[in-house]
Design a protein around this ligand. Structure first.
Ligand code: ADP
Ligand code: ZN
Ligand code: ZN
Length: 695
C-alpha cells in the first residue's frame, strides 16, 4: 500500500502553484521529513508538509518520492510553523521560503552523501573548563531575577557598556544547566560582529559547543553548522538574521542583540524581519508545549538594545513586553559628554574643526584612541566640472558615481558600474575636475596630513586606519583591522557605521560624527530614530573602560546645533526621545500606530512600472479588508533608476494589521493576473514589502 504526501519544493515566488505538490511513498513519512522528489526532468529537495495532500492530487499521474532522507530527524513543528507564517505574512510562496531557509548544499546531497556528512560530525568535544565568572552588577542581578520569571518577550534596555552581553551569556548558562538538551539562538545584526560574539561565547562555553550561521560562510561550513544544530549536537547557534531559520529542535532561548538594527530586515526575497520572526517563533514553541503539556519548558525571547526600535519600545510601554532597564555602565563609568561643533562658525569647507583635531591630538599623546564616523565610503560622493557642470552620473542609474581615489575609479554603489577616473571633463575637456562632498577615504587622507608630526607616548608617529566595506572586503581583513584596533596599534580609526556598532574597544575616549546633517531632514519618518540610535551607539564605543569614562567625549559636527535630537542625545535620554517620536508617530498615524506595506514594481520604463501598480490598485477596491486599507498612488522610488531599470512603489496603510494582511492575501491573484495581462508588459519584477523600513 502507498501513501499520498504533500511535499513542499522550491517554487518561484509568484508561480501561482499551490503551496505543496503531491507525491507517493510506501511509508507514511512524518511532516518535516526531507525528501528528494522528481520535478519536471529534475530531481529536487523537498520537505514533507503537514496536512492532507492537495485535493485532486491523486488524479494526476502522481510520482513517487525518489528518496526519503530519513537519516535526519524531521524538521521540527515550530520550524514548519515559522516558515509557513513567514511565507503568509510576507506574501511569498511556501516553497520559496522553506527551501531558502535550508542550507544550499543540502539540495545537492542524496541519502548516501548525507550519511557520510553526518558521520563526519566532530568527535565528542574536549571538556571545557569554564572561566571564572565576573560578579554581576546590581542591575545585572536584578535583570537576571526578573528575566527568570518573565513569560512575555523581554526588552533588555541597557546602556552601551552596561553588560548586556553578560546577561545573554548567563541566560544561556542557566538554560544549559537546567535542561540537558536545550538550545539557544543568539543573533547580531552584522557579520562583522560575529567574530567578537563567537570569541565571548567560545571562552565561556568552549568553542566546540558553539556554531555560527551567516552569509559569509562557505556552503560546506553552513551545512556543517546547520547539521550540528539540527541534530542537537550543538546547543548554541550564533548568527545574523538568517539564523532565525535554523532548525533547533530544543530551542529554549532566542536573543536578538541590537534589536533596533535595520539589518534584521531582509531586503530581498521574502522581506522578513528576523526580530519579529524571533518573537513569533518563541510563541510557537511555547504554544506547542502548552498543548503537549511537557512541563515547564519555555522558550524565552530577549531583545537587547540601548536604543530600542520604537515598535519594541511601544510594546514595552503598553505592557506586551517586559522591560528590564540597565542604565549604568559596568564599573560606574559615565557616558561620554556631547560636544557639538557649530559648523556655521567654522571656515568654509572645513572637514574637521580645529577644536576636534586638538582633542584628537591630546588623546594620541595620552595613548588613547579616537573614532571618526562618516557614513559614506570612497573619497567623495561626486566628481564635478566647475566649467560646464558635468557630474559623475552613472550611465545606468539615477545616482552619482562615487570617486575612489585609492584606485582612481568612479564607482556606482548601486549597480557596480566602474570606470577609471577621466583625465579631463568628458563633456568639455576642462582638466580641472574636482571632488564634491566627502567620504571616508578623504577624511582618512585629511587626518593623516593634519596629524603629521604628532607622536604617541612611545615617541612613534600616530597611526590612522580606515574601516569600511572597501577596506574589509578581503577575507581576513576585517579580523586584522579589529585586532590592530584592540591591540592599540591604531590611534585614529575612520569608518562607516560598521565601526559604530557593538564593538568592545577598550581605549577609545573620543568618537566624532563628521557630518550627519542629511539624516536630520530626510523625508523617511525613521531617519531621526536611526540617527539617534547611530549616534548613541557610536558614543557607546567611547569610555568603555570605566577609568577613562570621565574624559570620554562624543563630538558631532553639525550646521543645526539647536536641533531637539541633540538635546536628548546630550542627556543620553532615549526614553524622552522615544516619547517624542512616538507621539509624533501617533499624531501622523504612522507605525507602530498604523501598519504599512509597499508594493514595488521594476520595469523598463517608469510609466510601465506605475501603470502596473495603479491598475492592480484599481482592481482591488472590493477586496476583503479594502475598506480599512488606504492605497496611495504609485510614485517613483527615491533612486528611480538602478541598472537601467525604472522603479516605482505604492504605499498601503491600515490601522489594522489583520485587515492589511487579509487585503494583501486576497490581492495576490489580482497582481499575478495584471502581471500576465497587457499592463504587465515590460514589467521586470514586482514584490511586496510588509512592514517596510525604507519608504
Ligand atoms: P553591552 O553589550 O551592554 O554594550 P558588554 O556586555 O559588552 O556591554 O559589557 C561591557 C564590558 O563590561 C565588557 O568588557 C564586559 O566583559 C564587561 N562586563 C560585563 N559585565 C561585567 C561584570 N558583571 N563585571 C565585570 N565586567 C563586566
Ligand atoms: Zn566640463
Ligand atoms: Zn549605477
Amino acid at each position: 500500500m502507498s501513501h499520498l504526501l504533500p511535499v513542499v519544493v522550491a517554487t518561484p515566488a509568484h508561480s501561482g502553484l499551490g503551496p505543496s505538490l503531491t507525491y507517493e511513498h510506501p511509508h507514511l513519512l512524518p511532516p518535516g521529513t526531507l525528501v528528494r522528489v522528481p520535478l519536471g526532468k529534475r530531481e529536487v529537495l523537498g520537505v514533507v508538509w503537514d496536512g492532507a495532500p492537495a485535493e485532486g492530487g491523486a488524479d494526476m499521474a502522481t510520482r513517487p518520492i525518489t528518496e526519503a532522507l530519513d537519516a535526519l530527524v524531521p524538521l521540527p513543528a515550530a520550524w514548519r510553523q515559522l516558515v509557513g507564517f513567514a511565507a503568509r505574512y510576507y506574501q511569498r510562496s511556501l516553497g520559496e521560503v522553506s527551501l531558502a531557509a535550508l542550507p544550499p548544499q543540502l539540495r545537492e546531497l542524496n541519502g548516501v552523501q548525507l550519511a557520510r556528512r553526518l558521520k563526519r560530525a566532530p568527535a565528542a568535544p574536549a571538556t571545557h573548563v569554564p572561566p571564572a565568572l565576573p560578579e554581576l552588577s546590581p542591575e545585572q542581578q536584578d535583570a537576571m531575577v526578573r528575566l527568570d520569571s518573565a513569560r512575555q518577550p523581554v526588552l533588555l534596555f541597557g546602556s552601551t557598556g552596561s553588560g548586556k552581553t553578560e546577561i545573554y551569556l548567563r541566560a544561556v548558562q542557566q538554560l544549559l544547566d537546567a535542561d540537558p538538551l536545550a538550545q539557544a539562538l543568539v543573533m547580531v545584526p552584522e557579520i562583522n560582529l560575529t567574530p567578537q560574539l563567537e570569541t565571548r561565547f567560545g571562552e565561556r562555553f568552549g568553542a566546540a559547543g558553539v556554531v555560527a550561521m551567516h552569509s559569509g560562510m562557505t556552503p560546506p561550513q553552513r551545512l556543517a553548522s546547520w547539521l550540528a544544530a539540527h541534530s542537537g549536537a550543538v546547543r548554541i547557534v550564533l548568527g545574523t538574521r538568517m539564523a532565525v531559520f535554523a532548525s533547533l529542535p530544543h530551542l529554549r532561548l532566542i536573543v536578538v542583540d541590537e534589536e533596533h538594527d535595520p539589518s534584521y530586515k531582509s531586503q530581498e526575497g521574502a522581506r522578513y524581519s528576523a526580530r519579529d520572526l524571533a518573537v513569533y517563533l518563541a510563541k510557537q514553541v511555547n504554544d506547542a508545549h502548552s498543548t503537549e503539556a511537557t512541563g515547564p519548558a519555555h522558550c524565552r525571547v530577549l531583545l537587547g538594545s540601548a536604543t530600542p526600535s520604537l515598535e519594541s519600545w511601544h510594546a514595552a510601554e503598553s505592557g506586551r513586553y517586559l522591560r528590564l532597564a540597565m542604565p549604568s555602565r559596568i564599573g560606574g563609568g559615565s557616558l561620554p559628554r556631547l560636544r557639538l561643533v557649530d559648523m556655521n562658525h567654522q571656515p568654509r569647507k572645513t572637514l574637521l574643526a580645529q577644536p576636534l583635531l586638538d582633542a584628537i591630538t591630546e588623546r594620541i599623546a595620552r595613548g588613547e584612541q579616537s573614532l571618526l564616523l562618516l557614513n559614506r565610503r570612497g573619497y567623495a560622493p561626486v566628481l564635478a566640472c566647475h566649467d560646464c557642470g558635468w557630474k559623475s552620473e552613472c550611465a545606468h542609474c539615477s545616482a552619482h558615481r562615487v570617486f575612489h581615489k585609492i584606485d582612481r575609479t568612479l564607482r556606482c554603489h548601486h549597480c557596480g558600474f566602474t570606470e577609471r577616473v577621466p583625465r579631463a571633463c568628458p563633456a568639455c575637456g576642462n582638466l580641472d575636475i574636482a571632488p564634491l562632498g566627502r567620504g571616508t577615504e578623504q577624511i582618512e587622507e585629511h587626518i593623516i596630513e593634519r596629524l603629521a608630526g604628532v607622536l604617541r607616548p612611545d615617541g612613534t608617529p600616530a597611526q590612522v586606519a580606515r574601516m569600511d566595506a572597501d577596506s574589509t572586503r578581503l577575507k581576513g581583513s576585517l579580523e586584522q583591522h579589529l585586532a590592530r584596533m584592540h591591540s592599540g596599534e591604531v590611534d585614529v580609526l575612520v569608518g562607516t557605521q560598521m565601526v559604530a556598532k557593538g564593538h568592545d574597544f577598550r581605549r577609545i575616549t573620543l568618537v566624532a560624527s563628521v557630518n550627519a546633517d542629511a539624516a536630520l531632514f530626510a523625508s523617511d519618518c525613521r531617519a531621526p530614530e536611526r540617527l539617534f540610535a547611530l549616534l548613541m551607539q557610536a558614543a557607546g564605543r567611547a569610555g568603555r573602560d570605566a577609568s577613562l569614562g570621565a574624559t570620554s567625549e562624543m563630538w558631532v559636527q553639525t550646521g543645526y546645533p539647536q536641533h531637539p535630537l541633540f538635546a536628548a542625545l546630550r542627556q543620553h535620554d532615549y526614553p524622552k526621545f522615544a516619547a517624542q517620536e512616538l507621539s509624533d508617530r501617533e499624531a501622523a498615524a504612522m507605525p507602530p500606530f498604523a501598519h504599512q506595506a509597499l508594493v514595488r514594481a521594476d520595469a523598463r520604463s517608469q510609466e510601465t512600472a506605475q501603470a502596473f501598480l495603479n491598475e492592480a490598485a484599481a482592481l482591488a477596491t472590493e477586496l476583503p479588508g479594502a475598506d480599512q486599507v488606504t492605497v496611495f498612488p504609485a510614485v517613483p522610488m527615491t533612486i528611480q533608476r538602478v541598472a537601467n531599470v525604472e522603479r516605482a512603489q505604492m504605499l498601503l496603510e491600515s490601522p489594522s494589521r489583520i485587515a492589511l494582511q487579509r487585503f494583501l492575501a486576497a490581492w495576490q491573484p489580482t497582481l499575478l493576473a495584471v502581471r500576465q495581462g497587457p499592463a504587465g508588459k515590460g514589467l521586470v519584477r514586482w514584490a511586496i514589502d510588509v512592514d517596510p523600513l525604507n519608504l
